[in-house]
Design a protein around this ligand. Sequence first.
Ligand code: ADP
Ligand code: MG
Length: 256
Amino acid sequence: MKPHSHSVQIRNVSKRYGSLEVLRQVSLDVEANTVTCILGPSGSGKSTLLRAINHLISIDSGVIRVSDEVIGYEQRDNRLFELSDRDLCRQRSHIGMVFQSFNLFPHLTVLENVTCGLITVRRAPKADAIATAQHFLDRVGLAHKAGAYPAQLSGGQQQRVAIARALAMQPRLILFDEPTSALDPELVGEVLTVIRELAESSDTTMIVVTHEIGFAREVADQIVFMDEGRVAVAGSVAEVFGSDSPRIRAFLDGNL
Ligand code: ADP
Ligand code: MG
């Protein structure tokens, strides 16, 4: 049976580092099986929000629900509740994340990078893991590189392996944090193409932090513009790109 994709509900989430308020009362809804692109200037809290959703960091207050299951903290009666480690691990295993810096294991082959989560986390038999890995490597156009090491690949190819690795776990929610920002300009297109195909064909919920405005405009069901730790606007492509907010206009014109 195909697992259902996850919806995400974020309510009044705040996070500070010392005196710096990085997330300020952030609220956001992401429907299952949709693509949300998050735009915004550097330092506006985009990565922090993704990390909070995946529980790589804790939040100070607010609620994050992934398919109605709370991850992170939930505020009830002014007290903070947190999931057990066991529940957290289970939920996180359904959330994929792709980082700016690929984060492949350099000492493992491409195939081993993709199979290792399946074998260690999912406890898949090795032959099944290899078959799954080959399927997803084929999907990102890299079946022929299965035996190569990351250092033998271009940045674009490495990022496509990282995407195959995330997909192989069959996540119900996949988070991309500026997946093309570390790439040379001529390699950006091949990675965006893979993500675009995924957005069109898969039934996984996707949240993509990106500076690729043209890409966001094409694939997003929802655009979120973050500014100074807040969600400044969230809406359809037309709503956000048509906004007359001076901050958004400055950002879209490349002046922020
Ligand atoms: P963005 O991804 O939008 O560029 P981030 O979420 O990475 O922004 O960061 C938002 C702000 O929080 C920045 O000012 C950043 O310096 C600060 N910040 C992020 N992580 C930490 C941390 N672990 N400790 C202290 N400050 C942090
Ligand atoms: Mg960031």
